[in-house]
Design a protein around this ligand. Sequence first.
Ligand code: FE2
Ligand code: FE2
Length: 205
Amino acid sequence: MATKTSNTSDQNSSASDSTQKTSENSTMKVDNATVKKEEMKNAPLHKFFVDALKDIYYAEDAIVSALDKMQEAATTEELKDAFEDHQLQTKKHLSRLEKVFRLIDEKPEKKKCDAIEGIIKEGEEVIKSTETGSMTRDVALIIAAQKVEHYEIATYGGLVQLAITMGHDKAADLLDKTLQEEEDTDYNLTEIAETHINFEAEQED
Ligand SMILES: [Fe+2]
Ligand SMILES: [Fe+2]
């Protein structure tokens, strides 16, 4: 009610008063924007979103290194090339995430992701337990790589929807681009396995 009274009195004020009122209003607008930003940053869903971004930022970085080892360990040129291509895409995923952090006014930071550490460790174990130069090695590497992709697909799928819900449209578009690339990679790996690698592995002694 107090606000209403003061508005009424403002309407009757002189021209010079109204100039002053305009500058007061713009200060208030700035203050409101700051308050809104602070409110957004303190919202539990925003905090969760930022944490999840930090987790996948850590994961993407770990995947870049893992893909080096997987490329080296692969038997066929086809799989080596697929890993090399996806490593380039993964580097792009990192820079997209940096943009997403900036868009929501947060600093890009990594937070240790135990899930990806475990999946990568499992990948290292299949390298040890399969013979160098064998097709069984490639079969195992494809499955290990698909576990990584599925972790990423689950993460990005959820993050795209959260970004849309919270009105971060540009961030949602960037996350969706990465999601598409993870899905395409998963599909390509299935293609490689099913066109010949699985069959050739089946012939191995
Ligand atoms: Fe990725
Ligand atoms: Fe990926």
